[in-house]
Ligand binder design. Structure first.
Ligand code: HEM
Length: 245
């Protein structure tokens, strides 16, 4: 996955370089939208490989859906309101339908390629489909479940990583001594590799890891996790089985 990470990051940093060249080093750049787009790009490349451009649209739709859901939560709860054809409800349904259709299209394309004897893609979707098709009959996930997994992956990965990156940039700007230490470390470790990171070199970035851990400690990305048990479950420990009551 690292070449895909590297490509997406280099593209953004290259564009920032151009802005600075154009407007001068004291210009102001709102990095948040760039980071949101970059993390979507990274996940899309690693999850959907060659279909990553189609995958990108899923992130826009999910962002729109989240916004509409937040707006709906702010309103007073009226039973049955979510089924009314209001402008917001219609837009939510249309966005959900569109993202479902895009994913379905990507999955179908993969299944057709598999039938035509093409090699399996090494991305998340390829791994998921391959692992599932290798299961015994009745044991695998349905295509609908796989589509839901892809949606979850996109949703869970984008904002978390962009928020982490934006806080890291803020804190490193506030603590310039740490910024210099981190830059020195990156230069030392990556200069040898012509600035092309690999898993080995990334594992040596100790100061950067310390910075990320500290950001996660100060500004946790997930502040609340709600769990709800919707069915009673009986567990038979001796037979290692569980079933719904
Ligand atoms: C610093 C970044 C991240 C943080 C802090 C974070 C945090 C979390 C937390 C707290 C959970 C819930 C764990 C639980 O069920 O107890 C979770 C679940 C999950 N995360 Fe992340 N996450 C991050 C990045 C990512 C990325 C980059 C991806 C994928 C691209 C991802 C995909 C997922 C998925 C798929 C789940 C659901 C797992 C499951 O219940 O099946 N996360 N994450």
């Amino acid at each position: 996955m690292i070449p895909a990470f590297h490509q997406s990051c280099s593209e953004v940093v290259g564009k920032w370089d151009n802005i600075v060249l154009d407007k001068g080093s004291s210009c102001e750049v709102d990095v948040w939208p760039w980071l949101m787009s970059m993390t979507a790009d990274v996940i899309s490349r690693t999850a959907f490989g060659s279909s990553y451009k189609e995958g990108h649209r899923i992130f826009e739709l999910q962002a729109e859906l989240s916004e509409l859901i937040i707006q709906a939560f702010r309103k007073a709860f009226i039973p049955g309101y979510s089924s009314l054809p209001t402008q917001g409800n219609r837009r939510m349904k249309a966005a959900a339908r569109e993202s479902q259709a895009i994913l379905r299209g990507i999955v179908d394309k993969r299944l057709r390629a598999r039938e035509a004897g093409e090699a399996t893609s090494q991305d998340l979707l390829g791994t998921l489909l391959e692992s599932n098709l290798g299961q015994g009959k009745g044991n695998g996930m349905s295509i609908e479940d796989e589509i839901e997994e892809c949606k979850l992956f996109c949703f869970a990965g984008q904002e978390t990583t962009s928020v982490l990156l934006v806080w890291t940039m803020i804190l490193l700007s506030q603590h310039q001594d740490w910024q210099e230490r981190a830059q020195e470390e990156v230069r030392l470790i990556l200069d040898d590799k012509n600035n092309k990171p690999d898993i080995e070199s990334l594992s040596h970035l100790k100061v950067m890891s310390m910075a990320f851990y500290e950001v996660l400690r100060l500004y946790p990305l997930v502040s609340l996790l709600r769990r709800e048990v919707n069915k009673d479950v009986v567990t038979d420990v001796r037979r290692n089985k569980c079933g719904n009551r």
